[in-house]
Design a binder for this molecule. Structure first.
Ligand code: BT5
Length: 330
């Protein structure tokens, strides 16, 4: 169903096209074409039918069809006004064999971050999960997370927001008072000379199923605080709306994000350079909480598939997973 809609939207995007021609191109009956056109009208598309055929004269502001119309990336979009978690839905679809489906919601009621941390998803955000089936081993999966972070950052920058990436997957906006200390009560082990590195604009949660040499499916969940008031977000968060002072066109934003992600996944050699270009972490003093304990030093590089190299007093340490905090320069 979504595949036919996507094919219909692609055909309509290039100009007026007649019913019989659409039926022919899509390999369905004319009645099926008419039904799909009616469904698009129901979604808010204005479609005129003249002698030259069907013509789209107005596209709805947001929604599945709106994102697919003119999208230069091969994703079908399943849109929900409200859902528990787009990652959960994408996992379901992926387990059923879906590929290149983007589940998008206006609001989530049970969304999560990494390690099952809560993720706040009020209406107006961009809550999006991609169901993918890459022909790569599980060891390469972190590169998809970096690609998603780079794509999100690029889309935010194109929307006029000075976004940067904090390793591995946080998209931040620098705070005007960057570098001021933030003391955390009850955390006596640290000097208190730390900052968050900025306010969090977006986060990414990647989940997968597979065997040691083969990924069966991958879900990349991207949460962007788009048209959300900062007051409706946790402390330390920001939104495109708050940074821009006006709402963003979510349809164009999601299209750019998907197109950029699609471009990067096809060019793995460009992922790290793209990530490095936007990195806020490289060159910074950091403290990373790893499963083996904290590591403190200067973040000097990121290596395939997404490991952070930290220069410590005891030499370089390569970190594959952890929570990273930017420290104030000494
Ligand atoms: C993340 O986790 O940053 C990954 C977030 C992924 C969310 C997307 S939305 C679409 C898809 N569906 C889902 O159910 N999830 C994905 P982590 O690095 O663990 O950060 C979580 C922490 O960020 C929380 O503990 C809060 O402190 C903070 N936080 C929660 N909601 C936030 C928000 N909307 N904006 C900024 N920070 C937030």
């Amino acid at each position: 169903m979504t595949d036919t809609r996507r094919a219909l939207l692609d055909a309509l995007a290039s100009g007026p096209v007649s019913g019989p021609e659409l039926a022919d191109r899509l390999g369905v009956s004319r009645a099926a074409v008419w039904k799909q056109v009616e469904a698009l009208r129901g979604e808010g598309f204005e479609i005129e039918s003249a002698d030259s055929g069907y013509e789209v004269v107005a596209v709805p502001e947001y929604g599945g069809g709106a994102i697919e119309f003119g999208l230069e990336a091969p994703f079908a979009v399943e849109y929900h006004d409200r859902i528990g978690s787009t990652n959960d839905r994408a996992r379901e679809l992926a387990a059923d064999g879906a590929e290149n489906v983007a589940v998008v919601a206006d609001e989530q009621t049970g969304s999560r971050g990494r390690l099952n941390r809560p993720w706040t998803s009020p209406p107006g955000g961009v809550w999006l999960s991609l169901a993918l089936r890459p022909t790569r081993p599980p060891a390469h999966v972190p590169a998809f997370t970096l690609a998603a972070a780079a794509a999100t950052t690029r889309a935010a920058r194109e929307a006029g927001v000075d976004a940067r990436i904090k390793w591995p997957n946080d998209v931040l906006v620098s705070e005007a008072n960057e570098g001021t200390s933030e003391r955390k009560s009850g955390d006596a082990s640290t000097v208190g000379e730390r900052d968050r590195g900025g306010k969090k604009l977006a986060g990414i949660l990647t989940e997968m199923e597979g065997e040691s040499d083969r990924v069966s499916w991958l879900v990349v969940g991207i949460g962007v605080n788009a048209n959300v008031e900062a007051a409706d977000l946790p402390a330390g968060a920001t939104s495109l709306l708050a940074e821009r002072g006006e709402p963003v066109d979510r349809r164009a934003f999601v299209q750019r994000l998907l197109e950029e992600f699609h471009r990067l996944r096809g060019r793995p050699e460009e992922v790290l350079p793209a990530w490095r270009e936007y990195a806020a972490t490289l060159g910074r003093r950091v403290r990373v909480e790893t499963p083996d304990g904290p590591v403190e030093g200067e973040a000097v590089d990121v290596e395939f598939p997404g490991a952070l190299v930290v220069r410590t007093d005891a030499g370089d340490v390569t970190i594959y997973a952890g929570d990273c905090e930017h420290l104030r320069p000494v």
